[in-house]
Design a binder for this molecule. Structure first.
Ligand SMILES: Cc1cc2nc3c(=O)[nH]c(=O)nc-3n(C[C@H](O)[C@H](O)[C@H](O)COP(=O)(O)O)c2cc1C
Length: 171
C-alpha cells in the first residue's frame, strides 16, 4: 500500500473477527517496531504478545471492561525496560520511544489489512500481575491486533492551519 493510504487506513478498530493472525504477518509487524527510532538508540521497548485466550479474556477487566479487548486474537502489552532517563529537553524518553514503536505496529498492521486499537484505559497494577511484568517495568500501553469486524468512521481532526504554525508561535 502507498504510505499515505496506510496512514488513512489505520483507525481504532473495536470489533474483531474470530480469526487468527498469520505468524508471518505478526513477525513483519513486530519487525516494524524493532526498526523504530529511539532516544540514543536505547530501544527500551519490550512487547508481551498475548495470544492465550484465557489471558486475553482476563485483559478485558484489566482494560476497564472494554469487551473488544477480549475479542482481538492478539493483545500487545508495550512495556519499557527503563532507567527513567530524562532527555535534556526535560522529557522522559521511555514513553515517547515505546509510543513511536507502537505506532509503527499500528501502521504496519494497517498495511497488512489488520486492525489495531491503542488502549490507554487500563489498570497498570492488574496488567503487570496478569502478565508477570516486573515492578520496575512500566506498561506504557496495550494494543489490540486482529482482522477487523467493523469499518472506519470518517476522521474527525482539526484543520492543518489550526495545528501548524510557521516560524513562530501564533496565538
Ligand atoms: C494513547 C492512546 C490511548 C487510547 N486509549 C483508548 C482506549 O483505551 N480505548 C479505546 O477504545 N480507544 C483508545 N484510543 C483510541 C482513540 O480514541 C482514537 O485514536 C481517536 O479517537 C482517533 O480515532 P482513530 O484512531 O479511529 O483515528 C487511544 C488512543 C491513543 C493514541
Amino acid at each position: 500500500m502507498d504510505f499515505a493510504d496506510v496512514v488513512r487506513a489505520r483507525y481504532s478498530c473495536r470489533a474483531y473477527e474470530d480469526r487468527p493472525v498469520e505468524d508471518d504477518k505478526l513477525q513483519r509487524i513486530l519487525e516494524a517496531a524493532r526498526l523504530a527510532p529511539s532516544a540514543s538508540n536505547r530501544q527500551e521497548w519490550r512487547f508481551v504478545v498475548v495470544r492465550d485466550a484465557a489471558k486475553r479474556q482476563a485483559l478485558v477487566k484489566v482494560a476497564r471492561d472494554q469487551a473488544f479487548v477480549g475479542q482481538a486474537p492478539i493483545v500487545i502489552a508495550a512495556c519499557a525496560k527503563t532507567n527513567g532517563h530524562v532527555m535534556s529537553c526535560g522529557h522522559r524518553c521511555d514513553i515517547i520511544d515505546v509510543a513511536i514503536a507502537l505506532e509503527h505496529i499500528a501502521l504496519a498492521a494497517a498495511n497488512e489489512g489488520l486492525g489495531t486499537c491503542w488502549i490507554g484505559a487500563f489498570f497498570q497494577d492488574k496488567a503487570k500481575e496478569l502478565l508477570g511484568i516486573p515492578d520496575d517495568v512500566p506498561v506504557i500501553e496495550l494494543m489490540t491486533l486482529g482482522y477487523p469486524a467493523d469499518s472506519p468512521k470518517p476522521k474527525s481532526r482539526l484543520a492543518l492551519d489550526e495545528i501548524v504554525m510557521y516560524d513562530a508561535w501564533r496565538s
